[in-house]
Design a protein around this ligand. Structure first.
Ligand SMILES: [Mg+2]
Length: 228
């Protein structure tokens, strides 16, 4: 059994900066800041990490009620912003997910720096949410490297397979942070150059498989077959 754990932004889809705009809207509504995140690089980070950075940068207090308010404005705004034409599913991903959905001994899950509600908004927008019955989200930890073990535990519970090991996990992402997160739990690392990092930048971090995108499904499918 192999568990494919997908990152969202830059890997499954590009939000066309909808995420940035929704974060800006939340920072404006809750903290009165204008264009707070315009120059922020979110790539491979988690939502709580980003919010924490913002609070430190502006010396803001963020008790739980304000954080909740922040995310509530964010998700509401995100659902609206995704309708702008810049958002799209990365090449070949829809077909790749459909392929593995029906492959025996393969399960699909999420390992993402998005909070669950944000992940759901993005994936529902493109009709992809149903592919992912479990996952680890930024609500679980703001540290991406802590999400691997949580995803493993969720997979064990969801599939009722206590024998699953870290080497049964394949972490798929678009930044060196995703590769580091795979290494932290002992999973295989697949990198795709469809997001914030170039092919060469990703190659320097030695993923187990590196693709330019999933438009050609063969290399990724062969890699997964080779693990089983
Ligand atoms: Mg990403």
């Amino acid at each position: 059994m192999k568990i494919l754990l997908w990152d969202i932004d830059g890997t499954i889809l590009r939000s066309g900066h909808a995420g940035h705009r929704a974060m800006n809207a939340a920072a404006h509504a809750v903290f009165g800041l204008q264009d707070a995140f315009t120059h922020f690089d979110f790539g491979g980070r988690t939502d709580p990490w980003v919010l924490d950075r913002l609070c430190r940068q502006h010396q803001l207090e963020a008790p739980p009620a304000r954080i909740e308010q922040f995310y509530s404005v964010y998700v509401e705004s995100l659902r609206r912003e995704l309708h702008t034409p810049g958002a799209f599913v990365c090449a070949g991903v829809r077909e790749t997910l459909a392929h593995f959905q029906t492959t025996p001994d393969i399960a699909l899950g999420l390992l993402t720096g998005n909070i669950l509600a944000g992940a759901r908004a993005k994936l529902e927008h493109f009709g992809l949410w149903e592919h992912f019955p479990f996952g680890a989200f930024a609500d679980d930890s703001g540290e991406r490297n802590h999400l691997g073990p949580i995803a493993l535990e969720r997979a064990r519970r969801h599939l009722n397979r206590t024998d699953l090991r870290p080497t049964d996990l394949v972490v798929i992402g678009d930044t060196p942070h995703d590769i580091a997160c795979a290494r932290a739990v002992g999973a295989h690392a697949v990198a795709t150059a469809t997001g914030g990092s170039t092919y060469e930048e990703l190659a320097a971090h030695n993923p187990d498989l590196l693709v330019r995108d999933f438009a050609d499904p063969a290399p990724f499918q062969a890699f997964i077959r080779g693990l089983r």
